[in-house]
Design a protein around this ligand. Structure first.
Ligand code: GH3
Ligand code: MG
Length: 434
């Protein structure tokens, strides 16, 4: 450890004494000299010094005045100072320690003693600085969600509180978009927690990618996110919410090893100013109620609070057209075993959606139309146990998409005796949709 020392003394002989002690120790990178307090303060403002050794009597100010001025310089608050004097009154010493001096040496002193004290003081200073940097880093990470790298709930609450106060003064309307992934538990249960984690990461990035200026996204917890728009309106927040919904619904998520996972989100919006709501909790509660409405009418849609009690649901653009079929299709993401009824050969495939009529799926190898297959569908029974239910069907269509194949299977028959779990799953999905 080599350090930079500033020696302040009006006597050249005193300065030389100290310099020679340090030169012998080979501890010092550079020694700066000053003959009075004013010159010393100039050096301290311009250079990075590790240790100050100062005569307690200076021509232009006394040692205590110098110490006060030094402590006021930015980044010098914790600079170690050794006072040197020919004599020292006890109360003066006490005052100097109170102001932050670390050592008091009485002449004549042993040069080795000076070096030992200097070393330990500089070590202390370095430790303090390292700690300070770590605390700053910790403060930064305290606001960040470790999985997704976006802001966490604590940061969101603080920001919301500040925005509501600001909105009272400036008549802004902050909008709070509460976002929750639809049926994420099924994704986790079927594809595993680590795939779930990666989906959460990508989803956070997609949401953040749509935001501008002062708007930001935070992970509220689990599969819930909040987007805060400090200056918005009901119309503006609805338009953004539809963009967010679309950016998740329109592009499947590509996760290595698993492919094309289709996710959707539901969004609840509360846009009220600080004069209308009393706290950030109230705004979040209203956004959460709106989200509940969006989930109730079938997910993948947006509900906005018209007042604290009334909610309007916005169907996603094109939603009804896409879903107008003989049987409604419900999202169902699961890796399944696919068995050729003739050859009995089995392959892995993935389901995308399910209806009373059949399954939408994809696979990595080509598959023939009209092929008769069995699908082993993993579903949980009423006791929460994962079971495989076998359904039979025929491949109705196949479409190549890049390096894999999308295809549709039409069920031969679904009955309550052989397929209770599949039927239950579809019924439940149907019950929850609009
Ligand atoms: P809904 O459409 O009603 O929201 O259904 P859901 O299955 O998404 O239900 P809910 O939002 O209540 O469940 C959240 C699920 O999110 C529960 C858990 O499996 C999953 N989850 C929560 N936190 C994490 C996480 O950090 N990582 C992963 N992989 N999954 C999580
Ligand atoms: Mg959810």
């Amino acid at each position: 450890m080599k350090f930079k020392v500033l020696v302040i003394d009006h006597s050249l002989q005193h300065i030389e004494e100290i310099k020679s002690a340090f030169t012998h120790s080979q501890l010092v990178e550079q020694i700066y000299e000053a003959s009075d307090g004013t010159e010393a303060l100039k050096i301290l403002k311009a250079k990075k010094i590790d240790l100050v050794i100062c005569n307690i009597v200076l021509p232009d100010m006394n040692g205590l005045e110098f110490l006060k001025a030094l402590k006021a310089i930015p980044d010098c608050g914790h600079l170690p100072v050794i006072f040197v004097s020919c004599q020292a009154q006890v109360d003066y010493k006490a005052k100097a320690f109170e102001l932050g001096a670390q050592e008091f040496l009485i002449r004549p002193f042993d040069p080795e003693d000076l070096i030992l004290r200097a070393k330990s003081l500089v070590r202390l200073k370095t430790t303090y600085e390292e700690l300070h940097i770590r605390i700053r880093d910790l403060e930064k990470t305290a606001n960040i969600d470790p999985l997704t790298g976006i802001f966490n709930r604590k940061y969101l609450i603080d920001a919301l509180r500040a925005e509501l106060i600001r909105s009272r003064r400036h008549r802004f309307t902050p909008a709070c978009l509460m976002i929750d992934i639809d049926n994420f538990k099924t994704v986790n249960d079927t594809l595993g927690h680590s795939v779930g984690d990666r989906l959460l990461m990508e989803l956070a990035q997609r949401l953040s990618g749509q935001l501008r200026g002062y708007d930001f996204a935070a992970r509220y917890g689990g599969d819930e996110f909040v987007v805060l728009l400090p200056q918005s309106s009901k119309g503006g927040s609805l338009a953004l919410a539809e963009r967010l919904r679309h950016v998740i619904d329109s592009e499947p998520f590509l996760i290595t090893g698993e492919r094309n996972i289709h996710l959707t989100i539901s969004i609840g919006i509360a846009a009220f100013s600080g004069s209308e709501v009393s706290s950030e909790e109230q705004l979040l509660t209203i956004a959460d109620r709106a989200l509940y409405e969006a989930k109730q009418v079938g997910r993948n849609c947006i509900a906005i609070a018209e007042s604290f009690e009334e909610f309007r649901v916005e169907p996603p653009k094109g939603f009804y057209r896409r879903n107008y079929r003989k049987y409604s299709r419900f999202p169902f993401l699961a890796p399944v075993k696919l068995i050729d009824q003739e050859t009995k050969e089995s392959t892995m495939a993935y389901t995308i959606n399910i209806s009373y009529g059949g399954l939408g799926m994809y696979i990595q190898k080509p598959i023939a139309e009209k092929q008769r297959v069995q699908v082993l569908i993993p579903l949980t029974d009423p006791n929460g146990k994962l079971r495989e239910e076998r359904v039979e069907g025929m491949v109705r269509w196949v479409r190549q998409i890049h390096d894999h194949y999308g295809f549709g299977i039409e069920f031969e028959e679904l009955n309550i005796k052989d397929h209770p779990l599949t039927l239950n799953f579809i019924r439940e999905a149907e019950r929850l949709s609009p």
